[in-house]
Design a protein around this ligand. Structure first.
Ligand SMILES: [Zn+2]
Length: 274
């Protein structure tokens, strides 16, 4: 099992997909100390960014893709490896989560990972994913002198443990315009505004509940030519939000039209950025 799949592209855009994986070490491929003893709830892996790779597949020709294959329940590749909270003072899930997005335990009793286990997971998965992502950022930056890191996410639209009410369809995050050039943010907002005006339009917000996770904040450095932006999609825009988490082709096809416009617009914008 490789912790990360990479598609090497020639575009200035990198699509990072840290939460689409569902791999968990099992008795066949891991030593006993690495077995993840999730309970029944945990084994459902409800908080996966389901079908994210499929949803973005083929939308931007020559984009680089960096995709984690392991479950975020093993370790969350979009959290600070030091364990610091992304949203201090608010409910959120940890580097190695022990509860799901509904606040329910995901481990069997007293089976949560200890510090040694967390360190092993950090070395074997989190660090491997980010070594791959860093290498791609450097490669693309050398090629173009700049790079657009687009962090692809999706989440259930109603999660009272994390936020009130229903989440907008598109949730852009730039950590309050600090992770990308403002021109890129404006371009993204314009595409979202058009998507809102479309028939049965999509709602959107920027730097609302989701401001961009660790990936966006860690790599985003517009002065050095690294522009990072996160899109957290509400899953109701393309799939069923309950098990078995079915992909809805018709909804997805409609959404993909706007995602394609967004990615193409951002590619064009980063290319013309001086
Ligand atoms: Zn995600």
């Amino acid at each position: 099992m490789t912790p990360v799949n990479i598609i090497d592209g020639s575009s200035p855009v990198i699509l990072a997909q840290p939460h689409g994986g569902t791999y968990l070490p099992s008795a066949e491929d891991a030593p006993a100390e690495l077995l993840v003893t999730l309970n029944e709830r945990g084994r459902e892996m409800a908080d996966t960014d389901w079908h994210i790779h499929r949803l973005y597949d083929g939308l931007l020709q020559d984009a680089t893709v960096v995709e984690a294959t392991f479950s975020r329940y093993l370790i969350d590749a979009n959290r600070d490896p030091s364990g610091s909270s992304l949203y201090p003072g608010q409910n959120t899930t940890e580097l190695c989560p022990t509860v799901d997005f509904e606040g329910r335990p995901i481990y069997q009793i007293e089976a949560e990972p200890d510090a040694v286990e967390i360190e092993t997971r950090r070395n074997n998965y989190h660090a491997v994913y980010h070594a791959a992502l860093s290498a791609q950022i450097e490669r693309v930056r050398k090629l173009h002198g700049k790079v657009l890191l687009f962090d692809c996410h999706s989440i259930r639209s109603r999660l009272p443990f994390l936020f009130e009410g229903e989440l907008p369809n598109f949730n852009l995050g730039t950590n309050n315009t600090s992770t990308c050039d403002p021109i890129i943010e404006e371009a993204a907002l314009e595409v979202c505004a058009n998507a809102k005006r479309a028939l049965h339009g999509y709602s959107y917000v920027i730097n609302g509940r989701f401001k961009g996770g660790w990936t966006t904040r860690h790599y985003g450095n517009p002065e050095k030519g690294i522009n990072a932006i996160q899109l957290e999609l509400s899953q109701k825009t393309y799939m069923d939000e309950s098990s078995p988490w079915l992909y809805r082709e018709e909804k997805a096809a409609k959404l993909r039209i706007h995602l394609k416009k967004l990615l193409n617009c951002l590619e064009k914008t980063i290319t013309t950025l001086t």
